[in-house]
Design a protein around this ligand. Sequence first.
Ligand code: NAP
Ligand code: ZN
Ligand code: ZN
Length: 348
Amino acid sequence: MTVKAYGAHAKDKDLEPVQIERRGLKPTDVHIDILYCGVCHSDIHTARSEWGPAKYPVVPGHEIIGRVTAVGNEVTLHKEGDLVGVGCMVDSCRTCHSCQDDLEQYCETGATFTYNSHDPHTGGHTYGGYSESVVVDEAFVLSIPESLDTAKVAPLLCAGITTWSPLKHWNVKKGDKVGVIGLGGLGHMGIKFAHALGAHTVMITRSPDKAGDAEALGADEVLISTDAKQMKEHANSFDFLLNTVPVDHDVNPYLGLMKRDTTMAMVGAIEPLSKVHGGALISKRKNIAGSMIGGIKETQEMLDFCGEHQVLPDVEMIDIQEVNKAWERVVDADVKYRFVIDMASLKK
Ligand code: NAP
Ligand code: ZN
Ligand code: ZN
């Protein structure tokens, strides 16, 4: 069926109304009418071909919340009327060792991502959530706790799981000193989760004007990364760093903040990184690691945790017609702290 969407036709073009095709229901498919879709910096990187040539038109959006309107005849996990979510992936091989370990994001043959990925069903490429509806295999559809505010929950599907997964993987626990670098969409969820897990949470930002907000989000301390004196005071003191900076930058000053045997997990810059000083790693057996979103099982665990503890993103709601302006604000690091598109505006 043909549905309304917003997409970009070239790397230097604004998003504009487009029409896309959604496949008919297969036996294990769920048809979802989209209510809300979050705006991730990855949407911008992709549409602008910053991660290599994109497939156009790009219809971005991988923080999708909606209601199930129809299910295929073999679907058992979801039913009509359910509040559901779709994150960054819509399928994977399901048989490789990563898929068997519930780590579909690391699928050995490559997961099918929600947008701009080869779509085995159509032979074309996938279209994301800046659209009226989506059809997804039930195994990649998440259940959203009804206790959560539907209008705010969308960013958990990417910003949420991308920060939750490394905090859990590196076993952040009560009393650890955890630094979150960059206060944007991912960073603000990193602060909320580290705080909720009982860590002593430090917001590390270039933007002194974000300090008050960082504390309101749950930071115990704010460290201004451009202030050499403050950086020195925190030297060799962190148990874990979560780096959400979206572009290449000098990571060496952050390495200086870490204790012996600790890790800085990179989740932001997906591009070559500037030179890392080997001595900074060798002298105290430090690690730089990476982490990509999270598996479906872990995403459901995160959503259930948020339902239980009322952890929700701070969002600014926009109509789809405002999305190009919102993208400029994301690029300018002026988002508080995630834009969510009210998809009802697509009908205007
Ligand atoms: P965002 O909202 O733009 O936030 C990034 C923050 O980083 C900014 O608010 C800013 O915070 C800081 N920053 C920006 N430019 C910087 C620079 N040159 N040097 C130092 N700090 C800088 O972006 P987001 O949506 O949170 O996404 C962050 C990155 O993660 C993007 O690259 C996105 O594509 C990527 N991502 C990765 C995954 C994954 O699976 N690994 C998943 C989702 C997104 P301050 O003002 O506080 O300094
Ligand atoms: Zn994202
Ligand atoms: Zn696989």
